[in-house]
Design a protein around this ligand. Structure first.
Ligand code: BG6
Length: 488
């Protein structure tokens, strides 16, 4: 891998502590960092290099999935870390930064390959990109990359505006947009599951699939993020990005061994085929809801409007369920049901593919009823792929029993999403990053929902904390003769 200077904005922030340093450390243990690696952490606080390294060491102890048996290993890793104070809005600070980077590149004999990782609020993205451009930080001979994380805008218009600004300083090929769901190992396996298994590939269409269900349920509420979440809600926080990415990754039809261009092009085709919603029709296929007080895993949980920092009159959505259609040759007629919510009964991210009933089924007698075949992909909290088939129970002649076949038997500890993504960004592989085209199409698709919520065209429903959402979410499937699988 090519040598690189990793310039981290927001080096004293929460994301850096919880995710980025532990991910870098795990990559270091696995020898997946470039041999010549140089990190410059930036923040508003004055810190010495030594204190910065101590803080990074602590975050590894607190949050890394693996610990070093030998403390010398952490010290060796921390050798690469330097710190510099930077006020995001001050142009001189960027010029100072340029001098520091050039000095480090000189010292370590590194080519000027620079990766700018913006682990800061999205309101700073434009200013930082502009200052990188103006200061000359991005005009060296080597390559440059910009890594940013969602939210990419607040709606279609602001997303376009942000993209215009960023593209004044970086080309599309240089921008790596993180949607951390795309870094989850099981999401990354979706592509090959279909591509490398002709049996699955042959079934991956509307002739065999009755519906697709994608759920991302969380037990947590708004936590300490009331100020952010109350302006955002489930549509912007989860649906427009993570959930639509899961839909793209499920529906995409890929030839064997597709490169990143092909994967992203085919994902874009899925988004283009997504049947658009009109504002006045949103209520027929989208359920908007908010949690009320309830019990989660035996503990009482407050209702959303009683959470600290949330106005009692807030109409924000903490849950959304929607029925979508991908109107293309493969998926026409197959409903995709998608739901996500806070304070639900369990933390579970899963995709369920429900297959159609057998083609030549005689009217079954009661004891011969079978369950549909299901392909179940669990992404979180644990990872598995199972295929549910029907088999006759040999002890009880007439009866059919669903049996589960485990398609993911070698359970090894897998890397975290950030390890995969940072490694890919360091290598310059954009496959599992969101291309601007996908982001724009996702905002364009979600915009009528945002408008309909804003104008109150969709009634706000309520669900008790610790449940699977409001009754209307079940009715959305029931009207088509389906139900959410695995709600217990
Ligand atoms: C983030 C959202 O993008 O994803 C959070 O902002 C949410 O609100 C989180 O909790 C969920 O991620 P995961 O990986 O825990 O499913």
């Amino acid at each position: 891998m090519e040598p690189i200077t990793f310039v981290l904005f927001g080096a004293t922030g929460d994301l850096a502590k919880r995710k980025i340093y532990p991910a870098l450390f795990n990559l270091f243990i696995d020898k997946k960092l470039p041999q010549a690696f140089n990190l410059i952490g930036l923040g508003r606080k004055e810190l010495s290099d030594a204190t910065f390294r101590d803080n990074v060491g602590k975050s590894i102890r607190d949050f890394s999935r693996r610990q070093a048996k030998d403390p010398a290993l952490v010290d060796e890793f921390l050798q690469a870390f330097r710190y510099s104070v930077l006020d995001i809005g001050r142009k001189e600070d960027y010029r100072k930064l340029l001098l520091l980077i050039e000095q480090r590149e000189e010292e370590l004999k590194l080519p000027p390959n620079r990766m700018f990782y913006l682990s800061v609020g999205p309101e700073f993205f434009e200013t930082i990109a502009e200052n990188i451009q103006d200061s000359g930080l991005g005009s060296a001979q080597g390559w440059k990359r910009l890594v940013i994380e969602k939210p990419f805008g607040h709606d279609l218009q602001s997303a376009r505006q942000l993209n215009r600004k960023l593209s004044e300083a970086f080309t599309e090929d240089e921008i790596f947009r993180i949607d951390h769901y795309l870094g989850k190992p099981m999401v990354q396996r979706l592509e090959s599951l279909q591509q490398t298994n002709p049996v699955i590939q042959a079934l991956w269409n509307n002739r065999h699939i009755a519906n697709v269900q994608i759920t991302a349920g969380e037990t947590v509420g708004v936590e300490e993020r009331a100020g952010y979440y109350d302006h955002v809600g489930a549509v912007r926080d989860m649906f427009q990005n993570h959930m639509l990415q899961l839909l793209m990754m499920t529906a995409v039809q890929l030839p064997h061994k597709s490169g990143s261009d092909k994967v992203r092009f085919k994902k874009k085709m899925v988004m283009e085929a997504l049947e658009p919603l009109q504002k006045q029709d949103v209520a027929a296929s989208v359920i908007r809801a908010q949690y009320t007080a309830g019990i989660i895993q035996g503990k009482p949980a407050a209702g959303y409007t009683s959470e600290p920092g949330i106005a009692p009159s807030s109409m924000n959505d903490t849950f959304i369920a929607a029925k979508l259609h991908v109107d293309d040759y493969f998926w026409r007629g197959v409903p995709f049901y998608i739901r996500t919510g806070k304070r639900m009964k369990e933390k579970a991210t899963r995709i369920v593919i429900e297959f159609k009933e057998p083609a030549l089924q005689a009217q079954p007698s009661t004891d011969e009823r079978t369950e549909p075949n299901l392909l179940v992909i669990e992404m979180s909290p644990s990872e598995s792929i199972t295929l549910q088939l029907n088999a006759k129970d040999s002890r009880n002649k007439g009866e059919f029993k669903p049996v589960q076949i485990d398609l993911h038997p070698n359970k090894v500890e897998l890397p975290e999403a950030y390890e995969n993504l940072i490694h890919d960004a360091l290598r310059g592989d954009p496959t599992f990053f969101a291309h601007w085209d996908e982001v724009e199409l996702a905002w364009a698709w979600a915009q009528p929902i945002l408008d309909a919520f804003e104008e109150n065209l969709v009634p706000l429903r309520y669900y008790e904390a610790g449940t699977y959402g409001p009754a209307e979410s079940d009715a959305l499937l029931a009207q088509d003769g389906f139900r959410w699988w695995f709600d217990s």
